[in-house]
Design a protein around this ligand. Sequence first.
Ligand code: SAM
Length: 339
Amino acid sequence: MSDKKFAESKVDTVRLQKLSRAFIESAAFFSCIDLGLFTAISEGNNTVDTFAQAANISTLNAERLMTMAASSDLITWIDGHYENAQDVQRFLVKGEKRYAGPWMTFTRPGWQNWGKLTEKLQNPDSPTVIGSYETMTVDHARDYHEATSSIGFGAGRRFIKHVDLSKRRKLMDIGGGSGAYSIVAATTHPELRATVFDLPPVVEVTREFIAKHGVDDRVDTLGGDFTLDALPDHCDVAVMASNLPQYNREIISQVISKAFAALEPGGEMHLIGEMLDDDHRGPLDAAIWGLLEVMSNSTGLAHSRGDCVSYFEQAGFEDIQVHEFVPGILARVSGQKPA
Ligand SMILES: C[S@@+](CC[C@H](N)C(=O)[O-])C[C@H]1O[C@@H](n2cnc3c(N)ncnc32)[C@H](O)[C@@H]1O
């Protein structure tokens, strides 16, 4: 057989079949969280019979769900019982400090809409600038940031390890949400002050997080829309994290330029987000967040690392660098404002 024929004979439908049923894997994952499978396993209800009893479902359905969870590498059968995979044990056992269940189910309310994606893609209406945020209320912001904070504080701790803020005096946290980055930064550096800038209903919730963490003497908030309103002044460091795919290139470029203008000379900026590699072949998560914007008919889309570097260049930043932040999920672009 020629090399070409051999290569052709190896092409099969396995990958395509897997993709066609990937939504069932998500559904099963959500049910594991709803029924507390990982928490049950951690507490010793780690066989089909004991989990069925703990979750109040039939042993038949417990077996089906646990078989699915094991096939998704969420749990493993060892010596006559199931054990959680390492990441599951760390992030999906309820009651533990790092519990991230609310973040894992964050996109689930859109479930019905994803079944209508084709129709959504055919929507002829012009996009709106702030998309899903137009209808944000305080109650919605509270639920939203219960989810983002379950992952955001971990990201804030990682940021503080990657970036030395010990000589900085004031941080602006653009679209700061729960204030996770500011709260961790202020807790780590007692001399640092921070202002969390976010939409007016959101900053009401931000203030609750700030008070809960006891940093209200140094972290404050400013309500506004970063596409329209002035950003906080007298800051020597700016962070904008996890709101990149919600806007188009022009808007993000304008916000970065606005941050540059607002920063003190010698200040620095960090843009953290789901960025595509420059060959536009992923990571998948960046593409997913870009596609999600179809649902709210916003202007948003996935930005590449190269796009983000060009926003920094156009704004006037120097020493622009791209760093891995959470590999496969988040990258960080940094730049310095000349002194
Ligand atoms: C996914 S959250 C990220 C929150 C936080 N930076 C973090 O990483 O944990 C995105 C945040 O951007 C805010 N945001 C989006 N558009 C905004 C706008 N036009 N003006 C101000 N804030 C905005 C949202 O309200 C939300 O709190």
